[in-house]
Ligand binder design. Structure first.
Ligand code: ADP
Length: 448
């Protein structure tokens, strides 16, 4: 007889792990099914952190923020295309999600900023390391402490659906043997489709040839699985390119480096834009440069405040020099041009006003402490804002907003929350907020 569970979770990224833990804590028998040989999905690559307003950790640092402002800035960043019902739920539940993580010993109590926000609200680990690895290892510890089954190297090929109700999943293991798993509830947390070139180019032909920052499992298979049982989709052509991707390795240079004080310069050694504008706008400016690429530049002080910078140095794609002038020579740039740019920028930092490009955030430190560092960057496909439609309880719905019984979805597989442009730090918030909600509701349904 087929194995039988209360809740089957498809995908082991942040949304799937959060859903599984939450469902297990509600008393459900849970299985996580992951097609890749390793756990963590694309979440493990997340860099900046988790956005939330009105949290305990902000209060501890004396940061005054409001849910209303978080809502408005996310809506503006999303070009007012966001599903406002989902966005309200998102903003409302964010502080609770930060606390839920803390209760699992995943504490995000350092706070920084990313593009498109005016107040520090991006929560990250105390040691300022990248959030993804920290989050996944913490969630995996919690999965291991519970009796949750994990199947790796196992792909869900079909969501079983009888008389309008979901009954389980059809899986294929690494030997391509097929099995059925029965489940009273199914949570789809399969992530986005940034690594599916065909699908990306289908919706956005001009993105042909772009690298992607995503892991290769980000193929959008969950969207097809859900469409087959009637799910609606929304915003499929809303695909985010991230402005700062190292092109030879497709490695993402975190927005937290700019948030922590780095600038962008062109081959003439000049700044060309507000570095902390939203990702879509910064990307467009870089693509408009003659080289279609730019340099992200920072100094020793910025490096010391961002653990991620050490990672980039270790990976070998950072060019460094003792002085800005020497760095310019290594970048085939006029030393004087770069020095003038830095002097002018440092003046803006000291007066806290960027007269050239109106940058208002991350004007943290004058860039004046050698060594100086630079990385050549250009945009890469980073996040797919579109996906399947859900309601505010994370139930999957069809185009007429009717619920498909027995199936929930959370994380990047879902469309609508981020509108036309996702703000840095909102993906991690999304997966924890809606992952836990999906897990809770899926468990309640199964145990009713
Ligand atoms: P999110 O950030 O929304 O949690 P991630 O990209 O981090 O999304 O994780 C999604 C996970 O789902 C990835 O590890 C991916 O390999 C996995 N996945 C995608 N499609 C399937 C599938 N059909 N069967 C099993 N796992 C899948």
């Amino acid at each position: 007889a087929p194995q039988s569970y209360d809740v089957a979770v498809i995908g082991s990224g942040g949304a799937g792990l959060a859903a599984a833990i939450r469902a297990s804590d509600a008393g459900a028998r849970v299985v996580i099914i992951e097609k890749m040989p390793t756990i963590g999905g694309n979440t493990i690559k997340a860099s900046v952190g988790m956005n939330a307003a009105e949290t305990r950790f902000q209060a501890l640092k004396g940061i005054k923020d409001s849910k209303e402002l978080f809502y408005q800035e996310t809506l503006k960043g999303g070009k007012f295309r966001n599903n406002t019902e989902l966005l309200k739920e998102f903003v409302e539940r964010a502080p609770g999600a930060v606390e839920w993580l803390a209760s699992l010993d995943i504490v995000l109590n350092d706070i920084t900023i990313t593009g498109g926000m005016s107040i520090d609200r991006t929560h990250r680990p105390e040691d300022r390391s990248a959030v993804g690895g920290f989050l996944i290892s913490g969630l995996v510890n919690n999965v291991n402490q519970r009796s949750i089954d994990v199947l790796l190297d196992t792909t869900v090929e079909e969501i079983l659906h009888e008389n309008g109700v979901v009954t389980g999943v059809k899986i294929a293991n690494e030997y391509n043997e097929h099995h059925i798993l029965l489940a009273k509830s199914v949570v789809v947390a399969t992530g986005g489709f940034s690594a599916n070139r065909k699908m990306v180019v289908h919706y956005r032909p001009e993105l042909k040839g772009f690298v992607t920052t995503n892991h290769k499992g980000a193929t959008g298979s969950g969207i097809a699985l859900l469409e087959k049982i009637g799910a609606g989709t929304v915003d499929m052509d809303q695909i985010q390119i991230h402005p700062t991707v190292e092109q030879t390795t497709s490695y993402l240079i975190s927005e937290s480096i700019r948030g922590g004080g780095a600038i962008l310069i062109n081959q003439e050694g000049q700044r060309f834009y507000n570095e902390l504008e939203t990702r879509d706008n910064v990307s467009a400016q870089i693509i408009a440069l003659p080289e279609k690429s730019a340099w992200i530049l920072f100094d020793e002080q910025v490096r010391q405040n961002n653990k991620a910078a050490d990672e980039y140095i270790a990976r070998g794609f950072v060019i460094s020099a003792a002085t800005a002038g020497e760095l310019a020579l290594k970048l085939n740039m006029e030393p004087e041009a770069l020095q003038q740019t830095l002097e002018r920028y440092n003046g803006f930092v000291k007066q806290n006003k960027d007269e050239d490009f109106g940058r208002t955030t991350g004007l943290r430190f004058p860039l004046e402490h050698g060594p100086f560092y630079a990385i050549r960057i250009a945009p890469g496909v980073h996040h797919t804002m579109g996906g399947v439609t859900i309601n505010t309880e994370t139930e999957v719905v069809n185009d007429q907003h009717q619920v498909i019984k027995g199936v929930w979805a959370a994380g990047e597989v879902v469309g609508g929350i981020h509108g036309a442009n996702r703000i840095g730090g909102n993906a991690v918030a999304d997966i924890i907020i809606f992952g836990t909600l999906a897990g809770q509701n899926a468990a309640a349904h199964a145990l009713a």
